[in-house]
Design a protein around this ligand. Sequence first.
Ligand SMILES: [Zn+2]
Length: 289
Amino acid sequence: MKLTLNLGFVLVVLFHPTIAKCQTTKELKTYVYYFASDDLKGRDTGSAGMHSAAWYVAGKCKEYGLSVSVVPVGGCKNVVAQIEGKNLTKTIVIGAHLDHIGIRRGRVCNGADDNASGSAAVLGLAKRFSAELKPNYTITFIWFTGEECGFLGSKHYIKSPRFSTKDHVFMLNLDMIGRLNRSWSKEPIDVPIILRELYEKYPFASDITFRADKGSDQIIFAPHMPVVFLHTGLHSDYHKPGDDADKINYEGMIKICNYAYDLVNKVLGKSNVDDYILYGLPIYSKIKE
Ligand SMILES: [Zn+2]
């Protein structure tokens, strides 16, 4: 009887698609607790802690089978990992900044929400996409350095991308996604149908979805391509020593990862990018009009 149950469990684990493909809270917690540990001393750009975080991400990406580059940027590093697509000339970017503000007034600011949360989510998404069939477009995952000191990493990337900016289908940025379900008010934005369809599946989605209008790396991409920015809001621990890993809503992060995954898959599912642009997201210059 015991043997049968164990065998059944093994079979469920092996063949259950949700267990095989979904990210887990355990995995996200492991990443966030590492990035936001005191050992990394707040991941200040150029610091030993930020270097360690970048090499950790690069090592994980290698382990998951992605091609990885660690790109020097002004004394620090962007980590760029790719999954090659069927179409080698177009890419989707999924990004998060890995750096934080380091030590302030003698106290370590661990930046669990800002932005260990987004960095962990992108790492989880990289693992998840790497376990799947070849996507229609190349997926480029980027962990930026220097966001907190003037978007150094995203500015560096946009000046020297492997794909020209016009061959970027869209950019998804995740910054501070660890506090889902806090109540806060946000101006609703008029979104294209590609997002509205997902809002029905993910009731929280309209609260956390922005285009280019908030200060994070997507504003550097936005003049060149459509962008979507996911963010669960500012709070009293923002840029303070209290932004710790035990305050993160890991179940919420999983929901956001699933939403991000579905959003990227919707775009990947469109074989013609021009169709997508017509159908999809307005670019920043249009939003500003
Ligand atoms: Zn941030």
